[in-house]
Design a protein around this ligand. Sequence first.
Ligand code: GLN
Length: 547
Amino acid sequence: MKPKYIFVTGGVISSLGKGLAAASLGALLEARNLTVGIQKLDPYLNVDPGTMSPFQHGEVFVTDDGAETDLDLGHYERFTNAKLTKKSNYTTGKIYDEVITKERRGDYLGGTVQVIPHITDEIKRCIRRGTGDVDVALVEIGGTVGDIESQPFLEAIRQFRYDIGPENVLYMHLTLVPYIKAAEELKTKPTQHSVKELRSIGIQPDIILCRSEQPLNRELKAKISLFCNLPPEAVFTALDVESIYEVPLSLHHEGLDDKVVSLLNIWTGAPRLGNWEQMLHKIKEPQHEVKIGIVGKYTALKESYKSLNEALVHGGIANNARVNLDYIDSEQLEELSAEKLEARFSGISGILVPGGFGNRGIEGKIKAINYARTHKIPMFGICLGMQLMAVEFARNCAKLNDANSSEFNPETTYPIIYLMKEWTTKDGSQTVTQNEDTPKGGTMRLGAHPCQLAPGSHARQAYDTDNISERHRHRYEFNNEYRDILEASGLQITGTHADRKLVEIIEINEHPWYLGCQFHPEFTSKPMKPHPLFVAFIKASLEQKQS
Ligand code: GLN
């Protein structure tokens, strides 16, 4: 029977790291030579996370096929080789959307359409087509057990065990075991309550993972076992660790993967974890250290730059360096005098301007970019960052004084970055049009697109290949009408979309490392396979520090 399913639920509170736990278990199973797939089911009503604010929901992660998904999918890709697609993330909104479409079409032949069985059937269908032909499919249910929103999902996974047989399904529940300082004790009561809740809807967890700042001893595990109706060997500590990349090893030392394969009746050898150990060693005992300034808008909320932060860590791993991040609110740079700007950037060896939307703080970012260009500090612009690098260059090098992106100033004389009004679809069959008033949902260039690199460029050097494919998520583009003028002033276009002639990478000469890319390289960086642009950027920043 393929695949076997592991359903991961969470109790007590959110943000316990359910996604990380699922991703880590996926990594451990892969280390045992099993193929894994991962899927996330989210109980909120938005049809996809694409239009949700990063303030509320953290980063929007983008897959190769252009799905805008929950940031946990980023963990899944960083930790495993699972192939993630549009089918890897379903929300309640999406499920209802499909059921209501079917109802309108008459597919239910006039029958009464209900949560059980119609919504739950649809959920089960999504689960079945979610992960493809793999040995083990991990399915994470978002939210916390007890939430009204997650009930249909829990009901669906309860039924699932009967549909495909108990030996093919495993329920893993993550809870919190808090340490109460005054009593000097770890408390199991919240876990008991949350499991009681789960059992009341008919799900008996096979494994309980207890998130805790201290290891649970044998007595505590026995207590949880007694109250939660499972053997003590099925209770594991998910210990707080310094680096997220320590989680797989920590869970392995607890014996989690051993238990999982034995419960699912899968026979494998011992896992090969040497590469995880080596990588972790580099993170924990690096030889160098470097400080990178991230100039952005959501700097108070690190979750909104999740993949970016990780990609910078990966770039550090490749260079044997600890990367310290200094988050700089771009708005606060706007008023600074030249000396104060200098002081703000002192000790920073590389500047990164990430992706973003909306007007706020734009001029501050341009100021930072100008600083990096004129002070010859390694500069990496991603998506919006690249667009603003082009704007800064146009204003100050090509002397196009009010140059801007039409996203921020529709009246600008020089729309260096603009909204494409019309284009032909990939297969040439359709002409798509849009303007500033087109509804925001689903109008972006999304997902993987090919890009050709120019010989001799920093980009070509970093990738060590001529043709690449990278993920996009943006509405605005570099305006080719200004290409000649900017190139005449020294801008180098070093990456272009082969058939659509879109500008994808810009650089300049006479600068140690100055590169902006229209795509999001951070989405495809992994600790074991750091992204070439992040490796090159950190390398240049380390050299900057040493010089
Ligand atoms: N706001 C810009 C655009 O839509 C950049 C988007 C981004 O950085 N992801 O093109």
